[in-house]
Design a protein around this ligand. Structure first.
Ligand SMILES: Nc1ncnc2c1ncn2[C@@H]1O[C@H](COP(=O)(O)OP(=O)(O)OP(=O)(O)O)[C@@H](O)[C@H]1O
Ligand SMILES: [Mg+2]
Length: 462
């Protein structure tokens, strides 16, 4: 005999049927199965009992004194799409059974009942309800995931970033993270490390932009005593210090060519030479790299080794700029508001509507970092419960507002109107940038390739 899942609450089954014999039989059968069973004898009663609690399955008679069971079925399907409904039909009424299946019943039982069939079907019905609910919960969790590690954002592009991190984190692969300044490259690198099997091992960041090449080499590879003047003892480098863990090469484009070659060896052979040594040392370090430059272009310009580029670029992630995911802006702004309130002992509650409108219209060339700074400034300057327009940085206040959208002129369709507006904006930007597409693209906050496509599509002479 099947019993209710141990430790869990008993499954709840509602029977809507007016026939005393049916009620008796089901009470006995389902009770023994460890289910929590309740009864309603008509459609009206059934609806109100359904609404009063959560149910795991419903057994519903097709012929009720006050309604057709199929109507009740449709009502249930609409309100509780996850709840499995088993229809009870009289022997020989195949049509209503077929209709019930079409209307979304989980299955049907024919009177008189076969005990085994009832037990089996009800068990499957409750399972089906549970599965559908779990699926739904999972889907919702994914959809609404608005934070991932310390990363805030729930737009589609960010959901893709989260999925990507989960996919690449467990492997040992090198990952190249690129994106404009302030898009969160460091946060992503850290999330990859934290979600990897190396999470308990060291995570180090090397920023080659901020140190001279000799010092970078010494820091990375370490040295033997006497390797150079001042090297009075052996010293291990960051590569060895990070053994078993992860190193992020931030601003990888700034690594000097001589170090690029050595880095390639680390990635390919997992080995390197400390300064002054001829014996290679082996390390197990996962390498992540971040850049806001177009590495491919640097390769073409001869400033970055092609072989290293291909090694780094095996798996790459492009982080979306903030202006391409403005739906995340209110979420991020609220997140920073909370943080800077706490840091400054303030309790600014929100942004004024005008402030938020300007924030949404702004192009945020410095991305999330720029937003973070703007909110900090706003919190510090705010005198009331709100951050008003006057507490935002000048660039933001100056964001021109769009003209009031006009009513479509007679005979002009929506898409035609949008195209004309696009054309006007692009022509104005081209004029003000002397026809240089790259500059016009920057003014418009578009990628040069996107602008070029639009220019071709709209056949704008340029
Ligand atoms: N999605 C995000 N959620 C929360 N904070 C973010 C997010 N993205 C960026 N930040 C914050 O913005 C700031 C800049 O992020 P980060 O340093 O990761 O950017 P970056 O891409 O490395 O920029 P750069 O190229 O200028 O070094 C950090 O303070 C970071 O915490
Ligand atoms: Mg950075």
């Amino acid at each position: 005999m099947e019993t209710a899942r141990q430790g869990a609450q008993a499954d709840r089954v509602l029977v809507i049927d007016d026939e005393p014999v049916v009620i008796d039989v089901l009470r006995g059968l389902l009770g023994k199965q460890g289910l929590d069973v309740e009864f309603a004898s008509d459609a009206a009663g059934g609806r109100s009992v359904l609404e009063s609690a959560d149910w795991d399955a419903v057994l519903l008679d097709v012929m009720l004194p006050d309604a057709n069971g199929l109507e009740v079925l449709r009502w249930i399907r609409e309100r509780y799409p996850d709840l499995a409904v088993v229809m009870i039909t009289a022997h020989g009424t195949v049509e209503s059974a077929v209709e019930a299946m079409k209307a979304g019943a989980f299955h049907y039982l024919t009177k008189p009942f076969k005990n085994d069939e009832v037990r089996h079907l009800v068990a499957r019905a409750t399972q089906s309800t549970h599965l559908r609910r779990e699926n739904e919960d999972l889907r919702r969790a994914l959809e609404e995931r608005s934070r991932f590690e310390r990363i805030v954002g729930k737009s589609r592009p960010m959901q893709e970033v989260y999925r990507f991190i989960d996919q690449v984190a467990p492997s040992r692969s090198t990952v190249l993270i690129h994106g404009e300044s302030g898009t969160g490259k460091e946060l992503v690198a850290q999330a990859i490390h934290r979600r990897s099997t190396r999470t308990a091992e060291p995570y180090l960041i090397v920023n080659s932009a901020s140190i001279p090449t000799e010092l970078l080499e010494d820091n990375l590879f370490g040295h033997l005593k006497g390797a150079f003047t001042g090297a009075t003892t052996d010293r291990i480098g960051l590569l060895e210090a990070a053994d078993g863990g992860t190193i992020l090469f931030d601003e990888i484009s700034t690594v000097a060519p001589q170090v690029q070659a050595k880095l390639l060896r680390v990635i390919q052979e997992k080995e390197f030479l400390p300064l002054g040594s001829v014996e290679p040392r082996t390390v197990d370090v996962r390498i992540l790299a971040a850049t806001n430059e177009d590495l491919k272009a640097l390769v073409e310009a001869g400033r970055f080794r092609e072989d290293l580029y291909y090694r780094l670029n095996v798996i790459s992630l492009a982080l979306p700029p903030l202006r391409e995911r403005t739906e995340d802006l209110p979420l991020l702004a609220a997140h920073f508001l909370e943080r800077f309130n706490a840091e400054n002992g303030k309790s600014v509650a929100s942004f004024s509507t005008a402030a938020l409108e300007h924030m949404l219209a702004y192009s945020w060339p410095g991305n999330v970092r720029e937003l973070e700074n703007a909110v900090e400034r706003g919190v510090v300057l705010a005198r009331g419960p709100e951050i008003g327009l006057d507490s935002l940085p000048r660039e933001l206040r100056d964001t021109p507002q769009l003209p009031e959208p006009a009513v479509l002129p007679e005979g002009v369709g929506f898409y035609e109107a949008v195209s004309r507006f696009e054309r006007q904006l692009i022509e104005a930007a081209l004029r003000s940038s002397g026809g240089v597409q790259k500059h016009a693209a920057a003014t418009l906050g578009l990628k040069p390739t996107t602008l070029n496509e639009k220019i071709k599509r709209l056949r704008i002479p340029n």
